[in-house]
Design a protein around this ligand. Structure first.
Ligand code: UD1
Length: 417
């Protein structure tokens, strides 16, 4: 198993190119199941989660043709296996995204129920309820969701909780349903908008994506299209926090500033100098930071996927701040590991009180999930001496060539096999 070895203390400076968004690419790849026509995608990040999704789609029967650098063409003309097996779903929960499109186009789908995961129980009940409201007959058998519907029907669906992949699954299903579907309390995340834009390019009729109410007028069929995946806002945010923590200056290129308003605001509150242009964001800092309170909530509020990185920032800032997680019940596993580096953090329920310390000291730590891994990398970049991060396969699920990008910015980081 690979580890990352980081020698802390270097100031990071320079430009970094942001990759395509993992969380936009995953649902958009599954949109290939909605049409027999080719879906040409560009700016697809090369990540473990993406290869897992491509393997799942390939298993189902989608033809996957890799193009030049970060391009891929998918053709879902024949889908002999309308099933996502346990072995694949258990490695990546986002596999649930094949349910809506497969059911909508073929009238049948079988998807393994995702189990619990490191950051909480993460049920998929709202995906199921939404499809049932659209007329699907759903049985849970032998750990699988078995869904059938001759043709889904448009419905008014009010979701109890804001769910990102739930909104995406239902939006894709509704695109081929008979009649109009209204999704109320829909997720407003930019990745939902990116998926909607791709679906619209494929011939779907969707209004309101990015707002809390999305209206989808079903059409009998969709066609192939070309789409460029939006920039990854979480990767961007992670590099910006690295600039702030190391007292450096990083310009994130090919970024989407409009998707990072709350994160940029928090960095400015922490004392960093944040500037932006059409497709770039720059953060400059002298490394003297104030601790900032953070409370995660659905977009456009502060993203849960940036919570761990701001926890790392607060560890070395002056003063104390609270970090409150409202989306996932068990997303503080990085706290134990940060403590091993000398951080002062107390957890009470969903809130962590972080008191800044003058310095962190390198140690061996273990990555427990994707964003927790990013937080440990950030902490390692400022810790005195050497930090070894074990189990970095989590990091490879969501950050493209992270050690290469950090090295270019001046970090001393290497992968050890
Ligand atoms: C997506 C993102 C993930 C991000 C999360 C929250 C992808 C591939 N992953 O995950 O990186 O951290 O959004 O921004 O896009 N819930 C239910 N029932 C459901 C579905 C969700 O109760 O049927 C709850 C969850 O347990 C959680 C909350 O809703 O408490 C939000 O989860 P959700 O938005 O669905 O997360 P994902 O879409 O899995």
């Amino acid at each position: 198993m690979d580890s990352l070895l980081i020698h802390g203390g270097n100031t990071l400076a320079g430009e970094v190119r942001i990759s395509g968004a993992k969380n936009a690419a995953l649902p958009i790849l599954t949109a290939s199941l909605l049409t027999a026509g080719p879906l040409q995608l560009s700016n697809v990040p090369q990540l473990k989660d993406i290869s897992t999704m491509l393997a799942l789609l390939g298993h189902m029967g989608v033809t996957v043709t890799p193009g030049e650098k970060n391009c891929v063409t998918l053709c879902g003309e024949n889908i002999p296996h309308k099933e996502a097996p346990y072995e694949m779903v258990k490695t990546m929960r986002a596999s649930i995204l094949v349910l809506g499109p497969t059911l909508a186009r073929f009238g049948e789908a079988r998807v393994s129920l995702p189990g619990g995961c490191a950051i909480g129980s993460r049920p998929v009940d709202l995906h199921i309820k939404g499809l049932q409201a659209m007329g699907a007959e759903i049985r849970i058998e032998h750990g699988y969701i078995h869904a059938k519907a001759k043709r889904l029907k448009g419905a008014h669906i009010a979701m109890d909780v804001v769910t990102v992949t739930g909104t995406e699954n239902l939006m894709m299903a509704a695109a081929l349903a008979d009649g109009t579907t209204v999704l109320a309390n829909a997720a407003r995340e930019p990745e939902v908008v990116d998926l909607a834009n791709c679906l619209i390019a494929m011939g779907a009729k969707i209004e309101g994506a990015g707002s809390g109410v999305v209206t989808i007028h079903g059409v009998p069929e969709l066609h192939g299209a070309a789409h460029r995946i939006m920039p990854d806002r979480i990767e961007t945010g992670t590099f910006l926090v690295a600039a702030a923590m190391t007292g450096g200056k990083i310009r994130a290129l090919d970024a989407a500033p409009e998707t990072l308003v709350s994160v940029m605001g928090k960095l400015a509150d922490a004392g960093a100098h944040v500037t932006q242009g059409d497709h770039w964001i720059e953060v400059e800092s002298d490394g003297v930071l104030n601790a900032v309170d953070v409370r995660t909530a659905p977009h456009p509020a502060f993203p849960t996927d940036m919570q761990a990185q701001f926890m790392a920032l607060n560890c070395v800032a002056s003063g104390a701040a609270s970090v409150t997680e409202t989306i996932f019940e068990n997303r503080f596993m990085h706290v134990q590991e940060l403590r091993r580096l000398g951080a002062n953090i107390e957890v009470s329920g969903h809130t962590a009180l972080v008191r800044g310390v003058p310095r962190l000291d390198g140690a061996i730590v273990m990555a427990t999930d994707l964003r927790a891994s990013a937080c440990l990398v950030l902490a390692g970049l400022v810790a005195a001496g050497e930090t070894t991060i074990e189990r970095i396969y989590h990091l490879d699920r969501g950050y493209e060539r992270i050690e290469e990008k950090l090295t270019q910015l001046g970090a001393r980081i290497k992968r050890v096999h």
